[in-house]
Design a binder for this molecule. Sequence first.
Ligand code: SF4
Length: 410
Amino acid sequence: MEKKVELLAPAGDLEKLKMAVLYGADAVYLAGKQFGLRTASGNFCIEDMKKGVSYAHEHGKRAYLAMNIIAHNDSIGQAASFLEEAVETGIDGVIVSDPGIFQTIREIRPDIPIHISTQASTANYRTVEFWHRLGAKRIIMARELSLEEIREIRKKVPGAELEIFVHGAMCISYSGRCLLSNYMAGRDANQGDCAHPCRWRYYLMEEKRPGQYYPIEEDASGTFVFNSKDLCLLPHLPELIQSGVNSLKIEGRVKSSYYVATVVKAYREAIDACYEGHKWDAGPWMEEVGKVSNRDFTTGFLFGKPGPGSHNYETSSYIRRYDFIGLVTGYDETRRRLIIEQRNHFKAGETVEILPPKGPFRELTLQELYDEEGNRIESAPHPQMKVFLGGILPFPVNSILRRRSAKTDG
Ligand code: SF4
C-alpha cells in the first residue's frame, strides 16, 4: 500500500495531545517548559511528556519534541541536560533550528532523529542537502516556498524527508527573522514569547506634534500593515501529496483543543479522501476549518509571492463563528444520558452540533439538561460543571459540542 503523507498536529499540553491523536493526527509535536518557542502554551513537564509520548505510542502515533529557540551561550549546557531527560520519555525526534543545539544533540544522542525547524528558513535544495548530509532526518521547509520550489527540492534531494506547513498563522517576516516583538514589547519571538505586534493597529505621528495621530488608512476600517491572513492549503492537498513531501504540519500549539480537534479531523478526512481517489471537493472540510477561529485564509506563497489578497485589511481580530461549549466525558447507560463537561455557557432549547472524533457531526436541539444529582436544569453556567443530557443516543468520549456564535475575539 502507498505510504501516506504524515499529518502532524500541535500539542500545546496533554489534553490537546490526546485530542490531536483521537481526531486523526499521525504525529504530534510538543515542547518542554524551555527551548520550545511557545511560552504561551501550557507545554510539558517531563512527567507529562512521558504520559503524552506513551499515549501517542499506544495509539500507534509519533511525538516530536520542539527545541527550536535561537540559543545563546547559557542555553547550551541547559539544553544538553534537558535533552538527556527528554529522550528518556521516548520521543521520536527533536526539532531544532540552531546549529549549536543540532551539534550538541548529535554528540550526546546520535541515535535521536533530528528535524530542522522552519525557523532555520530552509528555502533551497542546497540547504536541504547541507542539513541532510550533516545527519538531519527531516527538513521542515520555510513557509515562504512555492509549490514549484518544493517540487524541485523533492526531485533534487530525494533522500531527505520534507515537511511543510499547511495550516495556521503566518508571520509577515521569514519565520523567526523578526525583532518587532523584542523592540515593541520587550518580548522575544525567538525565545517563544512573541506579543504579535504585527497585528496591532498603526498610525503616523509627526515628531513635533506628539499625540496627534494621522490615520494612514488602507480603508475605512483602519490600517493593519502586517496583518496576514492564516495559511490554509487544504484545497491543494492533492498537489501537495503528489509533490512528494513526507509530512503536512498544522500550526497552533497555543490554540484550543477545539481548534486542534476540528482542524486535524478535517485534514485527516481530506488526506484520506485524496488516497481513496474520489473526485476532489474540499468544500465540506473548508466549512469545518472555518468553524474554528481564524483570520480568513490565504494560500501564502504556494503559488508565488502573496499579493494584497493575503492580507486582512479589515480587522486583526479572529473570525469566530462557533463556540466550543462542552466535551463528552461518558454515557449514563441506566438513565440514557450523555455526560458533558461544560466549557462555555449553554442552555436548554439551543441548537448545537456534536462532533465525534470519527464520522460526521450531528445537529440537535438541547432538550433535557440535568445536574449531577439528577435535577432538571435550564442551563449550564459553571465552567467544567458536569451536565447530563437526556433523550440522546451515546456519542464517543471526547466528542465536542459546539454552537454557532456571532462573536469575534482578538
Ligand atoms: S511579530 Fe508577527 S511577524 Fe513578528 S514573529 Fe511575531 S507573529 Fe511573526
